[in-house]
Structures are given as C-alpha cells and as structure tokens.
Design a protein around this ligand. Structure first.
Ligand code: FAD
Ligand code: NAI
Length: 465
C-alpha cells in the first residue's frame, strides 16, 4: 500500500457492483473498505429491487394459481383462498433481511471495513464518509441509480409511488395506472394485477419493452392483454392530480391531440432510472458526468482520473445487477494487476413476469443492420414440457449470421426463460453457431429443448413443428 493511504481499495456503494468488487478485491489480498449510506448492504437490488420484487412476483403467482383455478385444473382444490397481504410482505422482508445480512457476513469474513455514511470526494484520493476522512490508492464509484422523476408529478409513496412504494402497498389497489411499459411497470404491474388490481399501462412509445426484440415486444403485449392488462400506447401523461384517495391523470397522444383523464387509486411512475452522482462532489476529484449523468470509463473501468474507477448503473450500459456484479469482479482484478474483462455484447436481460421474457445479444432488427441473418423460431406450444405444464405461451428465437452461422442473438418468451437464457449466453460466449446448439443433446422433457429446436429451425430442420 502507498504511504499515507488507509486502504488499497475504497468502494463507494454496496450494491451488486460495489459489494462484489469489495469482496473480490479482498480475496486478491487488497486492504479494502466499502462506503454505504444505507442501513443495510446490498444496494438497490437486495433492498428495494431484484429481491423484494421477485419475492412478490413469486407470492402473487402462487395466489393467482390458487385463487383462479390453475391449481384446480391439476386436481388441487383450494377452497376459500384468501390474500393475507401482511404475511406476504413479511415474507418479502425476511428474504431481504436474510440476503442483506448475508453480505454483512461476507464483509466480515473477507475483512472488508464497512464505512457507514454518505461518501463525498475531498480530492482524487481522499473521501469523507460521515465524520471520517480516508485516503485510498484506488477508489471505485459504484453508487448505482435511482428513479427518474416525471416532471410535474410528485411521488408521495402513498397514491403516487415509485418502485419502492409499489413494493410496499398496504392494500391491493382497485385501479392502478403504471406510467412506463418497461421492466418495472410490467413486473410490479403483474404483482398487483394478480392480487386483484385492474392495471392500465401508459407507454410513451408505440410498443412496450423498448430495447427488446420486435417480435418479443409484440407477443408480450398480446400475452399481457390476455392476462387483463390494459395498454395505452403512444400516450403521454401531462398531469397527475391527487384528491383524497384518488389520482386523476391527464393523458394525451404522444404526438399531441385531444386529452382524456384516467382515475386511479395508485399510480406507479416507472419511466427509467438515473445514475447516482449527486452529493459525491465529483468536481473535487476532477471528474465530470456525460450528458446522461453517467460516469464514463474505458474498457477496464478506469475513469479519466488515475486511481478512480467506476462500475454498475452509474456508468453507461444496461442497468442490471448481473452486469454490475461482473464489472465488480473485473474492476477488482484490474486494480490487482490482473486482466478483468466483461463482454458487454453478451449480457442477458430477463423480465420476471409469467411467462418470463428474456434475451441476449442482438435483436433481429439490430442484427439486420449488420448484415444478412437467418432466423429460427420455435413455439412453446410445441414443446412437450411446456405443453404438459399448461404453459403454452411464447416462443424461442435464434438469430444467426447468414454467412458464418454464428449466433448473434437469442430471444424468448417462456415460463422459465430466465433460466433458459443462461445456456444461450454461454453458447454465445463460446462463439457457438446455431448448428452447435442444434447438435447439443438436451434433456427431455425440458423447456430448453425449445432452444435446440429454434436453433434447428435456423437451417429449417426442427423436428416437432
Ligand atoms: P445499486 O444497487 O443502486 O447500489 C448502489 C449503492 O450505493 C446504494 O446502496 C446506495 O445507497 C449507495 N450509495 C450511493 N451514493 C452513495 C454515496 N455517496 N456514499 C455511500 N453510498 C452511496 N436488475 C436485475 O438484473 N434483475 C432484476 O430482477 C432487477 N430487478 C429490479 C427491480 C427493481 C424494482 C429495481 C428498482 C431495479 C431492479 N434491477 C434488477 C436493477 C438492479 O437493482 C440494478 O441494476 C443494480 O442494483 C445496480 O447495482 P449497482 O451496484 O450499480 O447499484
Ligand atoms: P425502463 O427503461 O425499462 O422502462 C421505462 C419505460 O417508460 C419505457 O418503455 C419508456 O418508453 C417509458 N417512458 C419513458 N418516459 C415516459 C413517459 N413520460 N410517459 C410514459 N412512458 C414513458 O425503466 P424501468 O421499468 O423504470 O426500469 C428501470 C431499470 O431497472 C431498467 O433499466 C431495468 O434494467 C432495471 N430493472 C431490471 C429488472 C430486471 O432485470 N428484471 C426489473 C426491474 C428493473
């Protein structure tokens, strides 16, 4: 360690990016501290993001299966099914507690010092955390992101909520309006729809789930409509007024035109997230953000100031926990003089609705911009396991380079797409062709066989359609 430094590595933020970076740095023998202002470790993901949302998605799916006859179709008769929302929230909180405490245990095990409080730069190698000032040879900014506000709409976390408020609603809304048909809107909208809310999604663009493959976006929209979601696409919200327990939203066509009003007892604002850099005093470290408020880095996660690195939601790229984690490992390895790499071309994306929606690599639209492609598709309806399980919705789509057959992207809607996409990511990481996937033996009967069949369909030879 350099003279006068307190730590080899100081990580700011203990989300999936920061805590993983801290653990890997400590594993590599570096004296490491992590500053975190929250009461618990784990960041957005463990406290108010991935984990509590998946707890409620799981719970609400069980409720819907019991209450609406899915279980009865299998001969499992549940009489007088009732929702005990308090217990559901309690189990969600238990999951969060267990996992955040798990990170605290890992910090102790790896001798990582948790500096409690908000970190502010004093200079390029000195940071104030609470009333303590520390110097570090390397500083990793992993401060994550927070909700993008919608101008003119005040989030009161009661009737007008962001994702954090939507995880904690004390009762099921009758009418819920979700502003933004992205990942949060569809996941949390699904939770409350399953528990009994009528859910309307207002989306500015002409289709939900921007960034996903076009076929997948269209099919997902159809499936969600079938489930009871109402969509107002190409629509913008211009006003939200709360009177008592009712919120009146004024909406109009995105391109302009006559306005109308929608009433709701809960409105969820989920129009994206913005990087957290306020309060860091980046200027004192010699750093600026780009136009989108992100900290720019090179491929090794170095910022333009020597000794300062950045990872996760605060830098450009998809705002995903697993992307942040992989960057956490890579940045620590780079700091330790090793070669830490993240392949940003192969980062899977999953929406944990039912069915799940997942993709990795290029969409068909993007792939076609690069050259000629071959596409293979296979419907879940023709997959024996999905059919047996009464999960017929969705398909798998494999996009390959027409000349080399190398897989460029895989997209799917299937009950377990979030698990299936891992195989596609691994194949792409190894540079697989569609033929490699098609000639890999897949266990029967599994949903994953649909990926094999979609790969076979690239060259026109699926067996089961
Ligand atoms: P964060 O997790 O945001 O952590 C940053 C931490 O830094 C925070 O704890 C913050 O308190 C702390 N911090 C900030 N500034 C300072 C400072 N100055 N000093 C000290 N501490 C500071 N992603 C997925 O991949 N899968 C999912 O299923 C998923 N579900 C989600 C559901 C919801 C409702 C939300 C909101 C997000 C979800 N995400 C999901 C996104 C995921 O949570 C983020 O991509 C991920 O948490 C980013 O990790 P990070 O380490 O960059 O930042
Ligand atoms: P998002 O970017 O996924 O979706 C926001 C949606 O709002 C877009 O469809 C956009 O067109 C729309 N929009 C923007 N402004 C609007 C306006 N004024 N009126 C109406 N619609 C508008 O953002 P979201 O859902 O808030 O999620 C934030 C981030 O959290 C995402 O980037 C995602 O990566 C991450 N996340 C990931 C999850 C997962 O991996 N399963 C789950 C939840 C969040």
């Amino acid at each position: 360690m350099a003279e006068n430094s307190d730590f080899d590595v100081l990580v700011i933020g203990a989300g999936p990016g920061g805590y993983v970076a801290a653990i890997r740095a400590a594993q590599l023998g570096l004296k490491t501290a992590c500053a975190e202002s929250r009461e618990t470790l784990g960041g957005t993901c463990l406290n108010v993001g991935c984990i509590p949302s998946k707890a409620l998605l799981h719970a609400s799916e069980l409720f819907e299966e019991a209450a609406h006859g899915t279980m009865a179709k299998w001969g499992v008769k549940a009489q007088g099914v009732e929702l005990d929302l308090e217990t559901m929230h309690g189990t969600r909180l238990e999951a969060v507690k267990g996992l955040t405490q798990g990170i605290e245990f890992l910090f102790k095990k790896n001798k990582i010092e948790w500096l409690k409080g908000l970190a502010t730069f004093e200079s390029a190698d000195t940071v104030k955390v609470g009333d303590r000032t520390v110097r570090a040879r390397n500083i990793v900014i992993a401060t994550g992101s927070s909700v993008t506000p919608l101008p003119g709409i005040i989030i009161d976390q009661e009737r007008i909520v962001d994702s954090t408020g939507a995880l904690e609603l004390p009762s099921v809304p009758k009418q819920m309006v979700v502003i933004g048909g992205g990942v949060i809107g569809l996941e949390l909208g699904s939770v409350w729809r399953r528990l009994g809310a009528a859910v309307t999604v207002v989306e500015f663009l002409d289709q939900i789930l921007p960034g996903f493959d076009g076929d997948v976006r269209k099919e997902a929209n159809k499936i969600f409509k079938k489930q009871g979601f109402e969509f107002k696409l190409s629509t913008k919200v211009t006003k939200a007024e709360r009177k008592g327990d009712t919120v009146t939203l004024t909406v109009e066509p995105a391109a302009g035109g006559a306005s109308e009003t929608i009433e709701a007892d809960v409105v969820l604002v989920s129009i994206g997230r913005k990087p957290n850099t306020e309060g860091l005093a980046l200027d004192k470290a010699g750093l600026q953000t780009n136009q989108r408020g992100q900290i720019e880095t090179d491929h090794d996660f170095r910022t333009k100031v020597p000794g300062i690195w950045a990872i996760g939601d605060v830098i450009p790229g998809p705002m995903l926990a697993h992307k942040a984690e992989d960057e956490g490992i890579a940045v620590a390895e780079n700091i330790a003089g090793q070669t830490g790499i993240v392949n940003h071309d192969v980062i899977p994306s999953v929406v944990y609705t039912m069915p799940e929606i997942a993709g990795v690599g290029l969409t068909e639209e993007q792939a076609k911009e690069h050259g000629e492609v071959k596409v293979g598709k296979f419907p879940m309806l023709a997959n024996s396991r999905a059919k047996t399980n009464r999960e017929p919705d969705g398909f798998v789509k494999v996009i390959a380079d027409a000349r080399t057959d190398r897989v460029l992207g895989v997209w799917m809607i299937a009950s377990v797409a979030g698990t299936m996409i891992g195989q596609a990511a691994q194949a792409m990481e190894f540079g697989a062709t569609s033929e490699d996937i098609a000639y890999t033996c897949h266990a029967h009967p599994t949903h994953s066989e649909a990926l094999k069949e979609a790969a076979m369909a690239v060259t026109g030879k699926p067996i089961h359609i």
